[in-house]
Ligand binder design. Structure first.
Ligand SMILES: [Mg+2]
Length: 197
């Protein structure tokens, strides 16, 4: 919780305006895609990205679904075959995360506490990668995008795979839509697709 101050005379450089602008920046994805399936491993490698920190629910698997769709499994395997290291970073529990990670043959961190910095530190340690050489992909602005950006990763937002969400996530969808509309008005909401492709 931020401590309240009574200094007064705060301006855009030092006051809440700057704090808000910084927070909005951190919640703005670098790249926006319809799905992880559009994330081309060659595009990542060409940008010196060697590791992908991937959200689980509604990013790799529709919320509530226990199996990975064959197309998504093939795509993750193609990323691994291309030399990328993939780590699942999920706020869901071990019982949900472990079977899906095992099916994909990738390591995972459950109950990660995204967007906390320590969640991304753990994921990068598992991948053996520096933040500047990793991308974070997920479907939530206030978890996946905020977490990836404040940790120095390239942030990729994907459209959720299912309209269903974890109940706590449902509460964040309204504010997410408001922020997306605000960024669109500012011309800062990325066009869907890989830049330069
Ligand atoms: Mg998710």
């Amino acid at each position: 919780m931020a401590r309240r101050t009574t200094t007064g005379g705060q301006n855009a450089e030092h006051g809440w305006g700057a704090v808000t602008a910084g927070l909005v920046d951190l919640c703005t994805p670098h790249v926006r895609l319809g799905s992880v399936l559009e994330l081309d491993p060659g595009w990542l490698l060409a940008r010196d990205i060697e590791a992908l920190v991937a959200d689980l629910d509604n990013t790799l698997v529709p919320y509530g679904q226990r199996e990975v769709d064959p197309g998504m499994a093939d795509h993750v395997r193609s990323m691994l075959a291309a030399g990328l290291r993939v780590v699942i970073l999920s706020n869901a529990g071990v019982a949900r995360s472990a079977p899906i990670a095992a099916a994909l043959g990738v390591p995972f961190i459950a109950r990660a506490g995204k967007p906390a910095l320590h969640a991304y530190e753990r994921a990068l340690a598992k991948a053996g990668s520096a933040p500047g050489r990793a991308a974070g992909v997920g479907d939530q602005l206030f978890r996946d995008v905020l977490g990836a950006r404040r940790s120095g990763l390239l942030s990729v937002l994907v459209a959720p795979l299912s309209p269903r969400d974890f109940p706590g996530t449902t509460l964040l969808r309204g504010p997410e839509r408001l922020l997306a509309a605000y960024l669109r008005r500012l011309g800062r909401w990325p066009e869907e697709g890989l830049p330069g492709v």
